[in-house]
Design a protein around this ligand. Structure first.
Ligand SMILES: *Cc1c(COP(=O)(O)O)cnc(C)c1O
Length: 344
């Protein structure tokens, strides 16, 4: 595998990061803050937040079983998806490889950063094969994007195939585990110490019920986290988000309860879909949503919209022709969807 200097863009490797006022005093007890040109009034909103989110990382470390130095926190996973491009990929030169279909942000960020994006089609069971991904790589491939459980298909990728990619690829492998709380598969973040080239993504937006606060996380080697910290905006996670995250992280049992309910509802919804004449197939899922092949996804989608019920139409996505992606809602929301579909 390439070392981190070989993987980084040269300008990023040699970057002298911005040093904020709050960075420089760190570690000392202080009570008079005349260093950051803040307004002394309007407490608690007048002060810049902790640039490295020390308290939140300590709480994430406890809940996720990952050391604080292996944690990056960002403005949603969106930031943790964009940063690897900015750190590792030279615009117009380097490329990335990803499974297809998958989450759309990997390609959007590649396009924004002028990095070639190489999609590799999953098989008929939405499974990934290490051989075909690696065959798409060349010496300019810096990142391989995996997503497990995958969006929009819902299934987990085969763990042995994922490990095969990590073991054989000489660049960075990013596994997006946004939905891992809903899956019985163990998270790959527990394997971090074994793999210097692995980045695992997670988010507060799904199982944690905190999409509004915008908090995403990346777990990786302390060296990779150090590069991210250099490149990120100094105050990338605002104070309100940090406070709300601390509150949520103090009660992980609430998340367990939500996940348990949503999984029961998921199975109930899948059973109901399988009985619908307009549903041809429901695909296996490890997430809080499922993908269903319908007789005519566009027509069904349109009729649901007329009734104020919005699902995700994925019919134009490769391998997802005539598929709708259904998020599991509350019991009454789910019942409303099923009732509407039974009338069609
Ligand atoms: C929803 C989702 C995310 C979450 O993104 P945030 O920016 O953290 O809200 C990340 N990855 C995948 C695959 C998703 O489906």
């Amino acid at each position: 595998m390439k070392n981190l200097q070989q993987l980084c863009r040269p300008n990023i490797w040699s970057l002298a990061p911005y040093s904020s006022a709050r960075n420089e005093y760190a570690g000392h007890e202080a009570h008079v803050f005349l260093d950051a040109n803040e307004n002394p009034y309007n407490n608690p909103y007048n002060r810049y937040p902790d640039p490295l989110q020390t308290e939140v990382k300590a709480a994430v470390a406890r809940v996720k079983g990952v050391a604080p130095e292996n944690i990056f926190l960002g403005n949603g996973s969106d930031e943790a998806i964009d940063l690897p491009y900015r750190c590792f990929c030279r615009p117009g030169i380097d490329n990335v490889v990803a499974i297809e279909p998958t989450y759309g942000m990997y390609k959007v960020c590649a396009d924004i950063n002028d990095v070639e994006y190489r999609p590799v089609l999953l098989d008929d069971h939405y499974q990934m094969h290490a051989d075909s991904l690696l065959a798409a790589c060349d010496d300019k491939t810096k990142i391989i994007w995996l997503c497990s459980p995958n969006n929009p298909t819902g299934n987990s990728l085969d763990r042995d195939e994922i490990l095969s990619v990590i073991n054989r690829f000489d660049g960075i492998v990013i596994v997006d585990e946004a939905y891992s709380d809903f899956s019985a598969q163990p998270s790959l973040r527990t394997e971090l110490s074994r793999y210097q080239n692995l980045i695992v993504l997670n988010t507060m937006s799904k199982a944690w019920g905190c999409a509004a606060i915008r908090l995403g996380m990346a777990f990786a080697s302390a060296e990779i986290i150090g590069v991210f910290n250099k490149v990120k905006y100094p105050y990338n996670v605002n104070q309100l988000t940090q406070q709300q995250a601390l509150e949520a992280l103090a009660d992980p049992f609430q998340v367990d309860k939500w996940v348990r309910i949503l999984k029961i509802e998921r199975e109930r919804m899948i059973d109901a879909f399988r009985l619908l004449p307009i549903c041809l197939e429901v695909y296996p899922t490890d997430a809080n949503f499922f993908l269903a092949k319908m007789t005519d996804a566009q027509a069904i989608y349109d009729r649901l919209v007329e009734q104020g019920i919005i699902v995700r139409n994925r019919t134009r996505v490769q391998l997802c022709h005539n598929c709708l992606r259904i998020t599991i809602g509350t019991k009454s929301e789910n019942n409303e969807l099923i009732a509407a579909l039974r009338q069609m």
